[in-house]
Write a protein that binds this ligand. Sequence first.
Ligand code: ADP
Ligand code: ZN
Ligand code: ZN
Length: 734
Amino acid sequence: MQSIAPTNVVEIALPVPLRQSFSYLAPKGQAAPTTGQLVLAPFGSRDLVGVVIPKTDKNNYDHTKLKELKSCYNTELAIPEELLRLCLWLTHYYQHPLGEVLQSSIPPQLRQGKTPTASQQWQLTTEGKGLPETALKRSPKQQEILLYLQKHHYFLDEQRSEIGFNTSTLKALTDKKLIEKCEAQARAVNSSTLLKEPHLKLNSEQEAAVKAVRFKQATASLLHGATGSGKTEVYLQLCAQALEADKQVLILVPEIGLSPQTVGRFRSRFNSPLVELHSGISEAQRARNWLDAKNGHARIIIGTRLAALSPVKELGLIIVDEEHDNSYKQQDGLRYSARDLCVYRAHKLNIPIVLGSATPSLETLKQTLNKHYQHIVLKQRAAGTQAPELRCLDLKDQPQQAGLCAQSLTAIKQTLGQGKQVLVFQNRRGYAAVQLCHHCGWMSECPRCSASMTLHSRPARLHCHHCDWRTRPAQQCPNCQHDQLESRGIGTEQIEQELNRLFEDSDVIRIDRDSSRSKKAFTANLERIHSGKPCILVGTQMLAKGHHFKNLALVIITDADQGFLSPDFRGMEKMGQLLMQVAGRAGREQERGLVLLQSHRPEHPLLQLLCQRGYYNFARQLLAERQHNRMPPYSHLALFKAECKRPENATALLEHIAALYQRNNPPSAEHSLLGPMPCAMERIQDRYRFQLLIKSQSRTQLRQITSPLVEAIENNALSKRVRWSLDIDPQESN
Ligand code: ADP
Ligand code: ZN
Ligand code: ZN
């Protein structure tokens, strides 16, 4: 037995669901890899890509039994110390295995052992540089490239099609030895060439906002302003400051908001290299962009949640747009919040972070109230538009057509008559929520889930949105053979069909996940809307974010009551945010938009508050209720879930840890446990799902309570047969 770790022994974190690291020997004849370096390690019958982590204090092992690493990757690809520390913090905070956390920060291609190739750029050769501007005027396409390069010096190969240059023209110029392709260089930005287009002149509120964000210190700010209040312009000007100081900027946007619009505004403002990081780009590209962020070639990094875990060499500013958005929280594996991670990251780096939203989360609002974050408000609408008027319509006893009451239909008619556009918001796709037998009460339930199957009309099918099970719609009741089948719960397809009938002369455009499967169809639909011609849009929350429709004057929310029905404690908050997001689509320059909320409870105080006094007052009221009930953000939650085809296994595992909780923790008002109980959706794909919710007044205590429970689960034989998870700060409590 060897008691002192020899220098060629290294600790490796491997992508396996085990809370431990593994010791290996450096490959024979090679120096030991350093902390952060990626290595290929034999593990069982496979080879896995792992990361070298700092040595632990364990040193009692048999040196002769250690395996040798297969190889070590180039140090260029190593995880930098800052990112490694972040991963260690995530491991601690979310109580998730380090090996898996580290994997989340490495792009898939690298994880599979492929090394990315560096980005390539096009530039002029010496000969090309000496060419007069007019030299190629007989070949306009070649001339265009020449002029572009004389002005901008270079462009990245991956930007080629976006700028609109084709490969044959590039080849022609290459053959003439006027341009060349080579590895992209990191370049110092020069403040005279930073801007591609001038900044807008800020209004006084925007100016105050830009001033309030201090560089060279850790300030977290909430930039609170309605859609159109000019937040993006503030981001752009803050970004410029960071770039001028030779820092990189990380910008997070929600999945659904990652429209070309957002990225386009940064691209058209700055000459600085910009990369995107999200799942919509090719894996090879993603690996390259990751590398460019790491080595500092890329100065602006825009991406979704996953970008929060990318290595950035000289990070100087973080922006999280739509900070309240659900997509910042990962719902499987490492259940982390990218927003919270960014706040921590900025704090550790001593740099500013700006969280932007029209409808901030209650977590963030609380931080502004206790002065941990600055609260910067943009009240005006930058482009001179006014906030829309919100009006509740009482649905009680009202006949409806296409899910709309008479007042709504009249308003549509008037708006179309004035040459303007209407949006009907219904957050359920398909034709109807369920098929129903009026005679015996049969309903189209999914055979594998505790949920009904949605009826779709084009193509006709019953479809379970939880497990993707599809079957033909029933022609007659499978239970009593009656053929009078009905449907309940109106969906976007049905509204579209009925509106087409009611407003024969008008264009009805449906936008939901079904109508937007192909990017082409989606873009074509958006173009029809942007043409500004009067039309009726029918859409789900796909339409709620990131789109500005200039001629949209009326928004109708068919069902404003969903928050009341939600079993989740965040139901009202989420509803308020969604309603305000959708409402924000209405309003044109100079003219105030109108939003009609159809409700069966229009007199509900919270709905009244939202309509009359706006989101902020509504949210303050919800916060007061949360404080009273000691719910987040005034307490902290940990949610254990267990699922299994045999329900008794799942409940036994949770009962085991519930009992341990009772034994370990004397009763106190400071913490509590709820469960085991079935999840809101008790069965998905034939797996039974149960949960256990632990609440505590302090984060430290929550950790002290949960960490022995995690250990107990792992040591329990049932954990091999049950799929289990722990979610710290869950988005939903069921
Ligand atoms: P948000 O991000 O809050 O939705 P934007 O920054 O996109 O707001 O601004 C909304 C619109 O107003 C955009 O068309 C933008 O170009 C314009 N805008 C923003 N700031 C100004 C300004 N200072 N002067 C003139 N127009 C502005
Ligand atoms: Zn029947
Ligand atoms: Zn199903």
